[in-house]
Write a new protein. Structure first.
Length: 584
């Protein structure tokens, strides 16, 4: 080190120690200042680098501090911030036959003994398969998603070849709830089926994955929808059920359910595949979304859409006009009602009693091209508009509709669509006439798409009256929740098969909106092949099984979605009541 002279001694003059002390203090301060400046520069560089990597998403080829602080996959929440899918630290059970250094003898105990002990910890373990894997010395996973207490029990077995590496797992805190919306993440960390697949890039982006993605659904409404659908499905021994709650003004899906469901925390290959035996029974995998991916003939729920198109075109002007209600014969085909409803009916009576013949005659007057154009404007000729990857293509009658096809489409036969198609169409019918695509993304206020006009506002106003009348006087009475001013239409359609329809296999649907004086939400409930049971008064039609589901659901979801019951108000139907027997 270079010596520094602080002062020079002059013969005969005393040394100034205070000056030397001051020099030393100043030198120490200068060195401390330089050290502080260097540390500040290093810290600033590190902070800027972290910020750059976080914003740009660039990688240096190694795990950066920024990446280490971020979750490996972004979180998904409902519209209120309730977590639906998040990264979760967990253990896995891995078999390492080289742990003891002798791959030919990887275990202390016998393979079967170890497999039996693992069975006691993990009941789903197959002893034979596990013992074979252990004896053969094949490395691999024995169990994923191992809880800490189970990991301790594995360690107590005393086998070094049973390793418990820490992994980051995808966890669904709500279990099977909203499973068909969320999908799942496979063992390779890739999103599958639902929004996990749709949002894959967004959830894995380092610049964005620290910010949760909010979906449109409300978990309170979702839970109520699944609960009521499950009750209805079990009460009628139905093979499946589907339901949706849709905001009529924005297209946001507030709840959507398909039953039977699956648990994304415990996904198995059997949940994804349809076996030959299932196909023969008409069953679908639990991962199959009946709301967006399966098409049905939805029957009489189409009748209000037909009447709306006829009102819009000026074909129906006088609701007091009576139509011939007797069977319609077209060539060798005869269209008739399920039972005799009288020789003639007006429009309110035809909807209240669900007349095929009157609806067919109205469609005949409207004409096939105008009916077809309305269905196209409602999106019935395309896959449903929603972000989910699995979307069923409608069974569409084609470009030229013969007279008989136009008539059958008018009451929901000869055309097959998804329940989501129906929900979006009903939203347009009651919201003032504007069709909007459905979405699973939470929309900011004022961000709803403009949509396209399908019906006049005056037509929409009339349809709100008619739908309310059906719930008061007609087949929708079991859905009329007091104070919520429900309006809607039932639909019971036989399933098609080779050579005709299966009379004993019905799809029962109720499509509704509430409150009808100022509609906020559309609700659709569907049961696949319900049976006549004590709970449904031994009836299989929608009035006795699907409508009651809606009647019980709306009082549960209304208040949480901002619609409180009010028995002092209702939509004015005073001008239509005289047209209905007993309606004065």
């Amino acid at each position: 080190m270079t010596a520094v002279a602080f002062s020079t001694a002059v013969p005969g003059r005393p040394i100034d120690l205070s000056a030397i002390r001051l020099q030393l203090i100043n030198m120490a301060r200068l060195r401390v200042l330089w050290v502080a400046v260097i540390f500040a520069l290093v810290a600033a560089t590190a902070i800027l680098r972290i910020g750059y990597l976080g914003v740009s998403g660039h990688s240096t080829g190694t795990t950066s501090l920024a990446d280490a602080l971020l979750p490996p996959r972004g979180e998904i929440t409902d519209r209120n911030g309730i977590p639906l899918a998040r990264a979760f630290p967990a253990y896995a059970l891995w078999y390492n036959p080289k742990a003891l250094g002798d791959p030919s003898n990887p275990l202390v105990k016998s393979a079967r003994d170890v497999a039996t002990q693992l069975k006691a910890i993990f009941p789903s373990t197959n002893i034979e398969n596990t013992a074979e894997m252990l004896a053969a010395g094949r490395p691999g996973y024995i169990q994923r998603r191992v809880l800490p207490e189970d990991a301790n029990r594995v360690m107590a077995i005393g086998e070094l070849s049973l390793e418990l590496p820490r992994e980051t797992d995808r966890h669904y805190p709500q279990g099977s709830m909203a499973a068909h919306i969320l999908g799942y993440v496979n063992n390779e960390g890739q999103g599958r089926v639902g929004m996990e697949s749709v949002l894959e890039k967004r959830l894995m982006d380092p610049a964005l994955r620290n910010t949760p993605v909010a979906l449109s659904i409300d978990m309170r409404a979702q839970g109520a929808l699944e609960d009521e659908l499950r009750r209805g499905m079990l009460a009628t021994n139905a093979m499946g059920a589907a339901g949706i709650v849709l905001d009529v003004d924005t297209g946001e899906i507030m709840a959507m359910a398909s039953l039977p469901e699956f648990d994304p925390n415990k996904i198995k290959s059997s949940d994804l595949l349809q076996s030959d035996a299932m196909r023969a029974r008409g069953e679908v995998p639990t991962s199959f979304n009946r709301v967006t991916n399966q098409v049905y003939e939805l029957g009489s729920t189409f009748k209000p859409l037909t009447v709306a198109a006829a009102i819009d075109a000026g074909v129906v002007r006088d609701f007091g006009h009576r139509y011939d209600a007797r069977p319609v014969k077209i060539g060798s085909t005869t269209l008739s009602d399920s039972h005799f409803l009288g020789d003639s009916l007006n429009v309110p009576e035809a909807l209240i009693h669900s007349s095929n013949t009157v609806t067919a005659r109205i469609a005949d007057e409207l004409g096939a091209e105008k009916m077809r154009r309305t269905m196209i404007d409602l999106g019935m000729n395309e896959r449903p508009y929603v972000e989910l990857p699995a979307k069923g293509f409608p069974i569409w009658p084609g470009d030229k509709w013969p007279r008989i096809r136009n008539m059958t489409v008018s009451y929901g036969h000869g055309i097959a669509v998804t329940p989501l198609h129906l929900a979006s169409a009903y939203a347009a019918m009651v919201n003032g006439g504007v069709w909007r695509p459905a979405t699973l993304h939470k929309l900011a206020p004022g961000a709803a798409p403009k949509g396209r006009r399908v019906f006049k506002a005056s037509t929409s106003s009339r349809m709100r009256q008619l739908l309310r009348m059906i719930a008061i006087y007609g087949t929708g009475r079991n859905a009329d929740a007091p104070g919520f001013r429900v309006g809607g239409k039932t639909g019971s359609a036989e399933k098609p098969s080779r050579g005709g329809y299966r009379e004993r296999s019905l799809v029962s649907t109720f499509a509704a909106a509430f409150p009808m004086d100022k509609p906020r939400y559309v609700v659709v409930a569907m049961l696949d092949e319900p049976k006549g049971t004590t709970a449904s008064s031994f009836q299989r039609t929608a009035a006795w099984n699907a409508a009651p589901i809606v009647g019980k659901l709306i009082p549960r979801i209304g208040p949480v979605l901002g619609v409180r019951p009010d028995s002092t108000r209702d939509i004015d139907i005073s001008d239509l009541r005289p047209l209905v027997p007993g309606g004065k």
